[in-house]
Design a protein around this ligand. Structure first.
Ligand SMILES: NC(=O)c1ccc[n+]([C@@H]2O[C@H](COP(=O)([O-])OP(=O)(O)OC[C@H]3O[C@@H](n4cnc5c(N)ncnc54)[C@H](OP(=O)(O)O)[C@@H]3O)[C@@H](O)[C@H]2O)c1
Length: 260
């Protein structure tokens, strides 16, 4: 039996809960009886969602800012909140070449997608290990499986999240802590607008773009079963597996063509 099943109404911290996949993970976790702590920068959004879902707390903050993670951890401790499940979902991308995108837009992705995710994990994992139960769901991406020209930093950050999560999955399982990397393909959310992705309206509304609620269910199911990697959707699983069958040079060129 998974260690998560031993947790009654676990306290679940969801980062990036103000929209998209994070908001749907919060809704699905609430349905499963989790007591929620929501965080993101948009205070009004997380406060409204917290009220709707009867969450334990909504703690606003910018996780990519210096001291952002430390501030959140301090606030958790001040409110005496022990986190059983950490959902590292907050993430951003920005389309464009490394030579032309403003530096802050590129390093900001590393600050949020990599540093904040790692800092939160380091801060909250020891108590889970001490309790012998807990879970960490890290939202990576299908982008984690190959290099991505024109979204180079974003793809590299997601490769980090996948590698880090897989290693952590092995380290933590003996201690009873589940760790899963959730690797969604294109999913309906605010991501494409924030990333300035060149995506036609037809493509955005097509069946190729997943429902975030479905992605959220897949992620929480995989965490409960302690799957190291979860790729929602058959087409995405074929794409992820396909990158192992073709040379890396082919995989990165295909990714570059899609991101043009
Ligand atoms: N949508 C896709 O196609 C797709 C595919 C694969 C993986 N993903 C991954 O899924 C995760 C969720 O993205 P999404 O698609 O749901 O996009 P989204 O709707 O844009 O959500 C991103 C979330 O991150 C939060 N966030 C952004 N910057 C932040 C910061 N500096 N500090 C704290 N929170 C911050 C946002 O809230 P505030 O703006 O209120 O801070 C928002 O709640 C990301 O890790 C993304 O890389 C998305």
């Amino acid at each position: 039996m998974s260690s998560l099943r031993n947790l009654n109404n676990p306290v679940t911290l969801v980062t990036g809960a103000s929209s998209g996949i994070g908001e749907e993970i919060a809704r699905e976790a609430a349905r499963r009886g989790h007591r929620l702590v929501l965080t993101a920068r948009r205070t009004d959004r997380i406060a409204a969602l917290a009220a709707e879902l009867g969450a334990l707390a909504a703690i606003p903050g910018d996780l990519s800012a210096p001291g952002g993670v430390a501030g959140l951890v301090e606030e958790l401790s001040r409110r005496d909140i022990a986190v059983d499940i950490l959902v590292n979902n907050a993430g951003v991308g920005r389309q464009g070449s490394v030579a032309t995108l403003p530096a802050a837009l590129q390093t900001g992705q590393i600050d949020l997608n990599v540093r904040a995710l790692t800092e939160l994990t380091i801060a909250l994992l020891p108590a889970m290990v001490a309790r012998g139960a807990g879970g960490i769901l890290n939202v990576a991406s299908l982008a984690a499986f190959q290099a991505g020209p024109n979204l180079a930093v974003y793809f590299a950050t997601k490769a980090y999240v996948l590698s880090f999560s897989e290693a952590l999955h092995e380290e933590a399982k003996a201690a009873g802590v589940n760790v899963t990397a959730l690797c969604p393909g294109p999913t309906r959310s605010e991501f494409a607008d924030v990333a300035h992705l060149h995506m036609s309206t037809a493509l955005r509304s097509s069946a190729l773009v997943a429902d975030p609620a479905e992605v959220a269910r897949t992620g929480l199911d995989a965490l409960e079963r302690n799957r190291a990697i979860a790729v929602p959707g058959l087409a995405n699983r074929i794409a992820a597996f396909g990158t192992r069958l073709v040379p890396r040079s082919v995989a990165r060129r295909i990714a570059g063509r899609i991101q043009k």
